[in-house]
Design a protein around this ligand. Sequence first.
Ligand SMILES: Cc1cc2nc3c(=O)[nH]c(=O)nc-3n(C[C@H](O)[C@H](O)[C@H](O)COP(=O)(O)OP(=O)(O)OC[C@H]3O[C@@H](n4cnc5c(N)ncnc54)[C@H](O)[C@@H]3O)c2cc1C
Length: 400
Amino acid sequence: MPDSSPPVTHDVVVVGGGPSGRIAALRLAQLGLSTVLIAPELRRVDGRTTALWQKSISLLDDIGVWADLAGNTAPLKKMCMIDDTKRLIRAPEVVFDASELELNEFGFNILNSDLNKALEKKCNSQGNLDCIIGSAETVKYSETLVDVHASSGNQARARLAVAADGRNSMLRQAAGIEVKTWSYPQEAVVLNVEHRLPHQSTSTEFHTRTGPFTLVPLPGRQSSVVCVETAQGARDLISMASTDLELELEKRAHSVLGSFKLASEIQSFPLSGLNAHKLTGQRLALVGETAHVFPPIGAQGLNLSLRDIHDLTSVIQRGLLRHSDPGDPAILMSYEQSRMRDIRLRTNAVDALNKSLLTSFLPVQVARSIGMYMADRVGPFRRFLMREGMAPSVGFRIPG
Ligand SMILES: Cc1cc2nc3c(=O)[nH]c(=O)nc-3n(C[C@H](O)[C@H](O)[C@H](O)COP(=O)(O)OP(=O)(O)OC[C@H]3O[C@@H](n4cnc5c(N)ncnc54)[C@H](O)[C@@H]3O)c2cc1C
């Protein structure tokens, strides 16, 4: 009897309109796979900025969006960490310099609004890529394919679904993939400021008792501020009059950049954590915050997500040479194996650093101070930390 079921419409369906979804869709389409992206329209302006390390910048360059962005980004040449906990045991100041790794810069800081716009523009003109504006409403996985219905009424039938639909992912839940979630008693208050003194391409992170207070360079005499505070502290900052807020932020920055003038709206993001127990299911791969969420410390989140996308597309590309389909279980297993360790390590390191700031437990403060002291004084350890901060340096072979 002839098969009467509707044919496969695409090789891959990607769900999610954040940076992970769009970058994954572009990369897959550029590998020659017919791809469809289901993503809602960008509505809320994202006032954050994202520091991306060299490998992430290379990926943006490979997919053809870096040229559009580069003119309005700021290089990150030095990173300075200052213990501002005012506790009895305090760590020494540590400055990491990209030149010690023979690099011009560790990476670049990019406005999220610019990144999102550039990605959306590229997706709309990319060959092999169809864009459906809307949300994925239902998904059905089977041994050979996956069906996704969108709120627009469109249906995509593909060999693989890439879930980039964020921390509350419908695709992940429908596949029955369990997650561990946790929360932090903190929010990240985010805004941009103009300042009197030049930032000299240096990002400065003050470690305070409520979390990091970070100044990240933007073009000219501007920086983005990420201030991790208690929920009440965040509310207090948000409700301040502009001039009071400028003075308060300058005080917290110890005037290292002189006086501040607000240069954007203020937004806040409650902090939480999430780890998916698995990165794959039948005809499904998770990338980005669909698989892992942690606090914005050390600029790790999207950099980690871009390594997910790099590894997923690399195993698919290799599989295609052997005529495999992109949702083949062997390909998905290779992806799972290549990513788990990096994800667990980053999640645990960021969680531990954040908690070490909140606790007044003396042994933890001593351990953090020793770590910072070694980072300051011991050259090989220092260079290891710098490399490891940008990408895993050991043992991350993509299984063949
Ligand atoms: C204050 C702050 C500062 C940060 N700074 C940095 C930094 O400097 N460097 C760094 O590397 N990382 C940083 N991060 C982390 C980074 O912002 C995140 O890792 C990144 O935004 C995650 O992108 P994503 O695409 O995976 O998820 P999201 O941005 O959450 O995207 C998910 C998308 O899926 C869409 N969606 C949801 N449901 C559906 C559905 N059913 N159908 C279709 N679409 C759906 C949503 O609308 C959304 O567009 C920071 C985070 C915060 C909070």
